[in-house]
Design a protein around this ligand. Structure first.
Ligand code: GLV
Length: 317
């Protein structure tokens, strides 16, 4: 089978993906560019935010496998061939990385470690009150693979965890983890935020979730709550978050994702003392494990089985 690798990747990263995919797919040909084979012979594409139009004119294409978990940018390309199934990346190694980031952010917010880091910069020796994990209420927005795993781990860590999903997200068998309460739909959103000391966003970006973290959401959150955005920058209204931090209503935000990436130098998030910025690094796709996930989906395609983690285009994830 001819498989096209296409993506907005730096040369070294592209080479690494090519090498790992070629290793995981020894009986297939992984193409670095479409001119390496006839358009008719290309049956699958493995993509990482491919340039617009790069999958057009491939009449035999049967699967588009994303290397990213979030497919919002891919789906926003109007030239994406209709009717070809799209699979998103679900890799336990990536999920575990996301769990680690969420755990770190939650622990640091809970125990005030970001505040201590700021006090070090100011050479201030001052201890604040120490709370137990079971005194903290954490809301996890999004009940996909990552949201579920994060909620489960935080609950195991002793936090009081609730999860929330848009009602349209209902999927058979996709309940909350043991010990995690579940809220669903728009009417439950603000009441849940009102009872959350820490809010962690792991929602997919869709028209229903764009701009969800706005002034109304922050006003609903208790005074001194913390926000962790690990999903997409467009979930968040930046100016509303800055206002909520500046007024002292919210205590701290951990942000991994931004509307414009890299985060522009002049953006206030960079220097704001109550914002911790990560360079979209909460959970990277690891070619060493992800290549095996791609190979399993290609095997399914070859055997006429349904590939795993197919995207529902009408839902947007
Ligand atoms: C990263 O943000 C991804 O979608 O994989």
């Amino acid at each position: 089978m001819n498989i096209l690798l296409a993506g907005d990747l730096a040369a070294a990263e592209f080479d690494l993906w090519h090498r790992e995919l070629a290793r995981a797919l020894p009986h297939d040909r992984v193409l670095r560019a479409r001119h390496e084979a006839s358009a008719e012979s290309i049956e699958a594409a493995v993509v990482a935010n491919p340039p617009a139009g790069s999958l057009q004119g491939l009449p035999s294409l049967r699967l588009i496998q994303s290397l990213w978990a979030g497919v919002d940018r891919l789906l926003a390309d109007p030239s994406l061939p209709h009717g070809v199934p799209i699979a998103r990346m679900v890799d336990p190694a990536m999920t575990e990385a996301m769990v680690q980031t969420a755990l770190w952010a939650t622990l640091a917010l809970h125990r005030g470690f970001f505040a201590y880091a700021q006090r070090q910069r100011e050479q201030v020796w001052r201890v604040h009150a120490q709370r137990r994990a079971d005194e903290l209420r954490v809301a996890v927005l999004g009940l996909g693979e990552m949201g579920r795993a994060v909620a489960a781990r935080l609950a195991a860590q002793g936090y009081r965890v609730s999860s929330w999903r848009t009602r349209g997200a209902r999927r058979a068998g996709a309940g909350a983890a043991p010990g995690v309460s579940l809220a669903e739909g728009a009417p439950a959103f603000l009441p849940l935020l009102a009872e959350s000391d820490i809010v962690i966003n792991l929602l997919p970006l869709t028209e229903a979730t764009r701009g969800l973290l706005d002034a109304r959401a922050f006003a609903a959150m208790p005074r001194h709550a913390g926000l962790v955005n690990l999903a997409r920058g467009a979930h968040l209204v930046d100016a509303d978050l800055l206002a909520a931090l500046d007024s002292g209503h919210l205590r701290h935000a951990v942000l991994d994702v931004f509307t414009s990436e890299p985060l522009p130098h002049e953006h206030r998030f960079w220097s704001h003392p109550q914002v911790t910025v990560l360079p979209h690094a909460a959970a990277l796709t690891d070619p060493r494990s992800a290549a095996g996930i791609v190979a399993a989906n290609m095997q399914a395609l070859r055997e006429g089985r349904a590939p795993s983690f197919l995207v529902d285009r009408s839902r947007g994830y």
